[in-house]
Design a protein around this ligand. Structure first.
Ligand code: NOJ
Length: 565
């Protein structure tokens, strides 16, 4: 399964390299409303992203994944789509997308859009039509409308819970003579779930894919990819099983029928030139999750599924090693690379997570409590984790801002919180806005170049980010930005990071040592005593600032080593 390092400076339009680009790419995730605001309304937009494309390219990314940009009431940051073929005016226009694609492709960057097929917005014309229509009508058949249980149909049709809190059913206003029906939503009530048993729904989404592929989009990240198909009859979730935690008999995660949808999407993607890709957000939590995830990346299905194990794993050697070895083994069985990720717009940023007493991704109960963060400790570990991530074979996703070492903003005032989780949890879980604060680009006070001076950003930025701006880190050789740039440069050019094999090699207690095909090693001291740099190796890069190459590697640090000539 060896791969050679492809020349990724080649413009996208030129001949495809021998190894498909997505098997070893670095994808930079842009949460659009928090990235860069060109029109001065305090919300990031496509023109702002377009202006920063050269910066992303210089960083060393191969592609950009943009969170949903469609017309939307923004109940869930755009994951509630009212029109899948138009851009929300807050973000720009379709012409802005055309210009973005032209500029990105000229720089050799691909652009991946986010598609949201599990649910629409309640403002989508289909849902409006469905609400106005009678039970049993064709308009209602596009969604999951059902009669309630109990006298008068007053109880929801089953026991499903919403991932955002509360139940997964909302009663629709009554139409006609029958008792009012309920509609199902795995997320917010303003995000009604589509019924993928409907041929009309399937065909509509295939047409939407073609619309964007025709425009030049290089791929799609598929939201809630494992949840589209619900079990026949919508049976209750077994007792004691939460909305996220599945099991072989779970009625809405990973149902067999979902795979047929992606086989047909794959045929569509393959019909376009230029290695278009499909990436699934597939987050099973069961013990057999690696095998389950691998089913989605069989050769005729999706190209990638996120492996969220590293993002969830505690800063602990065994936890980290398992999070790497298990998915590698499972994906190898279907010939797919693993897609790694440490952070995204749904989870605490690395600096924050690794700086807390409990370093695993917080459970729902933990999210309802506040946690003190040691930012200096979190930063050291985030630096080490970046070298670990970028040493792994496969594709790596970076969440914009991690290259600046941003922490979460844990003390956002209650009144600015926009995440629907806050309301749905009865104001007990503050949700995900802490990792969505607009990026600091330059200057020494908010809006830090995110918006024009004097503009208030959609979430406030902490004054302390004056020390974390992109411009401020630009010429600081010890900055997080310098570390990411150096690592990405090596990842692209160094033959030691080519290929798709990884070996865990013996290391002292608390230390993880991984070796790539050509002998390059990544040493991560997670919890051990300082460890000597092995004789016969040369340090390519280390995460601890200010250390000399030959110094022992302390706890919470990582190094890339190559065999000395
Ligand atoms: C996963 C997305 O990443 C998240 O932000 C969103 O709230 C849910 N899917 C629902 O669309």
């Amino acid at each position: 399964m060896d791969a050679t390092t492809a020349d990724r400076s080649t413009p996208v339009a030129e001949a495809a390299p021998a190894v498909p680009w997505w098997r070893h790419a670095v994808v930079y995730q842009v949460y659009l409303r928090s990235f860069a605001d060109a029109d001065g309304d305090g919300i990031g937009d496509i023109a702002g992203l377009r202006a920063r494309l050269p910066w992303i390219s210089d960083l060393g990314a191969d592609a950009v994944w943009v969170n949903p940009w469609y017309r939307s009431p923004m109940v869930d940051g755009g994951y509630d789509v009212a029109d899948y073929r138009d851009i929300d005016p807050r973000f720009g226009t379709l012409d802005d997308v055309r210009s973005l694609l032209a500029d990105a492709h000229a720089l050799g960057l691909r652009v991946i859009a986010d598609i949201v097929p599990n649910h629409t917005s309640a403002e989508h014309p289909w849902f409006r039509e469905a609400l106005a229509a009678e039970p049993g009508s064709a308009a209602r058949a596009r969604y999951l409308f059902r009669d309630g249980r109990g006298p008068g149909g007053d109880e929801p049709p089953n026991n499903w819970l919403s991932i955002f809190g509360g139940r997964a059913w909302t009663r629709a206003p009554r139409t006609g003579d029958r008792p009012a029906q309920w509609y199902e939503h795995l997320f917010d009530p303003r995000q009604p779930d589509l019924d993928w048993a409907s041929t009309e729904v399937r065909e509509a989404f295939e047409a939407i894919l073609r619309f964007w592929f025709d425009l030049g989009i290089d791929g799609f990240r598929i939201d809630v990819a494992q949840g589209l198909v619900k079990a026949d009859g919508l049976p209750d979730v077994p007792p004691g099983v939460g909305p996220w935690v599945g099991g072989l008999s779970h009625p809405y995660w990973g149902q067999d029928g979902v795979h047929g949808i992606y086989r047909s999407w794959r045929r569509i993607a393959d019909g376009y030139p230029g290695d278009r890709v499909l990436i699934g957000e597939v987050a099973p939590t069961e013990d057999d999750r690696h095998a389950r995830r691998a089913r989605f990346v069989r050769p005729d299905e999706l190209h990638q599924v996120f492996n969220f194990d590293l993002l969830a794993a505690a800063w602990d050697v065994d936890a980290v090693a398992t999070a790497i070895e298990a998915p590698l083994a499972a994906n190898a069985s279907v010939g797919a690379p693993v897609t790694w990720v440490l952070g995204n717009h749904d989870t605490p940023r690395q600096v924050t997570r690794y700086g807390r007493a409990s370093t695993a991704a917080p459970s729902r109960e933990e999210q309802a409590r506040s946690h003190p963060t040691d930012v200096a400790l979190g930063t050291r570990r985030a630096r080490a984790a970046a070298l670990l991530l970028l040493a792994l074979p496969g594709c790596a996703y970076l969440y914009a801002g991690e290259e600046l070492g941003l922490p979460d903003m844990d003390d956002l005032p209650d009144h600015v919180i926009d995440d629907p989780v806050w309301r749905r949890s009865g104001f007990t879980i503050r949700g995900r806005d802490g990792c969505r604060v607009p990026l600091p680009w330059s200057g020494d006070a908010p809006p830090f170049g995110f918006s024009p001076p004097g503009v208030g950003t959609w979430l406030p930025q902490p004054a302390a980010w004056a020390g974390l701006t992109a411009a401020g880190q630009e010429h600081d050789a010890l900055s997080m930005l310098a570390l990411y740039r150096a690592a990405l440069r090596l990842r692209r050019a160094h033959p030691g990071l080519a290929g798709e094999r990884l070996l865990r090699v013996p290391a002292p207690d608390g230390v993880l040592a991984l070796e790539r095909d050509a002998g390059l090693r990544c040493l991560v001291n997670i919890a051990g005593e300082p460890v000597a740099i092995p004789a016969g190796s040369r340090v390519l890069l280390r995460s601890d600032t200010g250390a000399a190459d030959g110094d022992p590697l302390p706890r919470d640090a990582a190094a890339w080593l190559e065999p000395a000539p």
